[in-house]
Design a protein around this ligand. Sequence first.
Ligand SMILES: Nc1ncnc2c1ncn2[C@@H]1O[C@H](COP(=O)(O)OP(=O)(O)OP(=O)(O)O)[C@@H](O)[C@H]1O
Ligand SMILES: [Mg+2]
Length: 346
Amino acid sequence: MGSGDAVLEVRNLSVDFALPTTRLRAVDNVSFTVYADDVYALVGESGCGKSTLAAALLDLVPEPGVIASGDVLLRGTNVRSMTADQVRRARMAQIAMVFQAAMSSFNPVVTIGSQVEHVLEAHPEVWPDRREGLEYFDHLLEMVRLPGSRMRGRFESQLSGGMKQRVAIAFACVLKPSILVLDEPTTALDVVNQRLVIDVLKDLREKLGVTVVFVTHDLSVVAELATMVAVMYAGRMVQIAPIDTIFYDRRRHPYVQALLSSIPNVLQPGRAARSIPGQVPRLDQLPPGCRFAPRCPLAEQVCLRDDPELIGDSHHNAVACHPLNRHNSAADGGQELVPGRAVNGA
Ligand SMILES: Nc1ncnc2c1ncn2[C@@H]1O[C@H](COP(=O)(O)OP(=O)(O)OP(=O)(O)O)[C@@H](O)[C@H]1O
Ligand SMILES: [Mg+2]
């Protein structure tokens, strides 16, 4: 966990959507580091900025989005100072993406094989011999549990949702990227296909050595796959921690606690799931202080007033929470944190 080289470093990254009447900050000053051995999960409720952050890693934020500030380093090279051509070559060959809408990301009137050939032709620096590239794609198809070359002649419409997702994963790996970013790889799938995708990603990690970064709002997938977890709330990073801290340690952010409590049977079998009261704030109506405070059972006056900083080591273990950080720095740090002078009640 967290060992090996830093393959991806995100430093103080902010992404804005410039709308006609306002400018919304969808990703706000986010920093994290992914090491070669990590399976890194970006987690949070709908609208918290996960897809925008993932797209920003490849400089692919859709208009009217812009990277307002910050850096993205791929093995130490800053994507933001690359030329357009260097960025184009880095995509797929260094960092590849399986988009949230992977199900519909293929051209419906061109066979899967022709679409792969198109990519191979555009990247002779990776595959000087196109035939070898196609053979490698067949190998990848088998790794994602599909019948190799037979899939190449098919059109998107001839694939089920689960097959499309796995073809998209094989497709993303054809230029041998060192990082594979997947946006909600299991969300639109039934449980059997979810299981398959989880197994496939574990295999790719082990056999190809690719570093997996995935976006999800599903903590059960996180529990199965991730070694490191970064939790976002309303555009901010609220906790970065190894998987064990998220699931078994009391020093987790109250938002993480609330997410865990909202899934049945994770903490205590038989205990009823509790939904998180209130709603994620709109980006144009952010509350002062901690953005989670209006929903937080631990919120104190300071939380409603002052923005908490992410305190700790943003590479491995850090949390943005006033009560938790005060508690962690106190002599009794590590004991369970319970609502004391909370303003929202228990
Ligand atoms: N094209 C756009 N124009 C304006 N605002 C946008 C655009 N795309 C995203 N946003 C806003 O940016 C914020 C983050 O969106 P994003 O899609 O990154 O969230 P997400 O965490 O991926 O959500 P989900 O789990 O639903 O996929 C949201 O508030 C959203 O409304
Ligand atoms: Mg998304």
